[in-house]
Design a protein around this ligand. Structure first.
Ligand code: C5P
Length: 220
């Protein structure tokens, strides 16, 4: 398999910025699998599906046509031909996504789509189950973490976009999402046994990117 870099970790660990930076530095494609689960969630909400009803979600999991752009400078996601890159970041979608992503039928479909996009490789893939389930043979696996405080501070920056949510509320919502993602039955957030753990709490973004690029270069 040519180069696949699996980047897993909880929300707020800095995965997205680091993954895009690594893809740019190495001239690779980039896939945000979280955006795919968010787009599926957006589609369910848009079609009036009760996201807490796993059977209802499963019954419609095959309907949404999702297309992911893989340019790290301009990652996009389309659902049924509509660019939903903006709408998938709303609080409504963020708070519903864990309920949708725990449904096995949704995960099966997402994993199949993700493997198609990964294809022969040359890509940085970020998510929760990339090193464990989607690409267990990826030659480079990273598990990115950060302290609660650092993750909350990063989230506080995102808050500017949503003045309705306080830091406390956002932190509580993030903790709930991480709890659901880590304890669900179907491919929970987990560190692969052969993943390199990087704690980004004390590192700048460039330092995280450098550390991952170094790991990749050791492989080739
Ligand atoms: O990374 P992001 O915060 O955008 O992910 C949104 C949600 O999508 C996560 O909270 C999780 O429920 C789900 N997800 C997942 N598996 C992945 C990526 C994301 O279950 N590989």
């Amino acid at each position: 398999m040519s180069l696949v870099i699996a980047m897993d970790g909880p929300s707020g660990s800095g995965k997205s910025s680091a993954s895009k930076g690594v893809a740019r530095a190495l001239g690779l494609r980039y896939l945000d699998t979280g955006a795919m689960y968010r787009a599926m969630t957006w589609w369910m909400l848009e079609h009036g599906v009760d996201v807490e009803d796993g059977e209802a979600v499963a019954a419609r999991a095959g309907e949404a046509a999702l297309v992911s752009g893989t340019d790290p400078n301009r990652p996009t996601i389309e659902a049924d031909g509509t660019d939903v890159s903006g709408p998938i970041r709303t609080r409504e979608v963020t708070n519903a996504v864990s309920a949708v992503s725990r449904v096995p039928a949704v995960r099966e479909r997402m994993v199949a789509l993700q493997r198609e996009i990964i294809g022969a490789g040359g890509i940085v893939v970020e998510g929760r189950d990339i090193g464990t389930v989607v690409a267990p043979d990826a030659p480079v696996k990273v598990y990115l973490t950060a302290s609660e405080a650092a993750r909350a501070a990063r989230r506080a920056k995102d808050l500017a976009a949503d003045p309705g949510a306080s830091v406390e509320v956002t932190q509580a919502e993030q903790a709930r999402r991480d709890e659901l993602d880590s304890t669900r039955k179907a491919s929970p957030l987990a560190k692969a046994a052969d993943a390199h753990e990087i704690d980004s709490t004390e590192l700048s973004l460039d330092e995280v990117i450098e550390a991952v690029v170094r790991l990749a270069k050791e492989q080739y």
